[in-house]
Design a protein around this ligand. Structure first.
Ligand code: FE2
Ligand code: FE2
Length: 293
């Protein structure tokens, strides 16, 4: 049986379009973040992101997952620019976005419920968590994106979202689907500092320990990670990728995307992961692969 191939990339941090100064931004975290961007702008390079996106397109995956921090300051202009970038990736129904803390940086002026990105969140109007079923895969798309105080980059799911995810994971388990949970923040303990952590990660882990999931994908740490959390039938693998716009020699791990091939095998699934990364010559090479489960 041919495998269902999923591309996972994260933390695009698309460079912001130039903006006129606005007084209502003056007291906000957004303005302070724009000062921070002056320091950070060489960390996230558009040409790197474009090379990664071209490599993803060349591999023609069945579906693309982006786990947040698509933009930097959550301005309406950035949401609109990101729409154009996302449209360039292909069919909206085959690209799923889980928003990050940078996509929800400031409550004021940020589009409600990520409305400009609606075609990339899910298939209906249910709100988070969205469910997308594609081939043998059920994507349970959570949002951990919440506006936070200055110098914080925390995320929160909320009890209601965790309860709805519990129901979706049970339903899709009964359907025999390969359940992938998407969110921006890390799930395992100690991956990031407390000021950057998911505030209710414990409640999410408790829910996953009961319902199970076949895989969890996240971003935010800007690192290639494989961690795990307890499931009812053994550990659940959790994968993260570095930011998709970081050059070789930049701040943090160079850009990378994971190709995840999922095939039914016997009563279960076989999952193969292949990592593709940016080089100093700005090409993208296959770094290696492994069988996950
Ligand atoms: Fe990020
Ligand atoms: Fe983040």
């Amino acid at each position: 049986m041919t495998a269902f191939r999923l591309a996972h990339l994260s933390d695009l941090q698309l460079p912001p379009p130039p903006l006129p100064f606005r007084w209502r931004d003056a007291a906000s975290k957004r303005l302070l973040s724009r000062f921070a961007w002056r320091r950070k702008q060489r960390r996230h390079i558009r040409a790197v992101l474009d090379a990664i996106a071209a490599d993803v397109a060349a591999h023609a995956p069945d579906h693309v997952v982006i786990t947040g921090d698509v933009i930097n300051f959550a301005t309406p202009e950035e949401f609109a620019a990101a729409r154009v970038w996302l449209e360039g990736l292909g069919d909206q129904a085959e690209v799923t976005v889980s928003p990050g803390n940078h996509d929800a940086l400031s409550a004021a002026g940020a589009p409600k419920s990520f409305a400009p990105w609606k075609p990339w969140l899910g298939d209906d109007d249910r709100g988070f968590p969205y469910l997308r079923v594609r081939g043998p895969v059920a994507l349970v798309n959570l949002s951990s994106a919440t506006p936070t105080a200055l110098h914080l980059a925390q995320g929160t799911l909320g009890a209601a979202q965790i309860e709805r995810a519990r129901a979706l994971l049970r339903e899709t388990a009964e359907q025999g689907l390969f359940r992938i949970v998407l969110l921006h923040h890390p799930v395992a303990q100690g991956v990031v500092a407390g000021r950057k952590a998911l505030t209710d990660a414990g409640a999410l882990r408790a829910m996953l320990a009961e319902t199970g999931a076949e895989l969890v994908l996240h971003g935010h740490a800007h690192e290639a990670l494989m961690t795990r959390t307890a499931g009812p039938a053994g550990p659940i693998p959790i994968l993260a990728v570095p930011a998709a716009s970081t050059p070789v020699g930049g701040h943090g791990q160079p850009a990378r995307w994971n190709e995840i091939a999922i095939a039914r095998e016997g009563a279960g699934f076989r999952t193969q992961v292949t990592a593709h990364g940016i080089t100093a010559a700005m090409t993208v090479e296959t770094l290696g692969g492994y069988v996950l489960c």
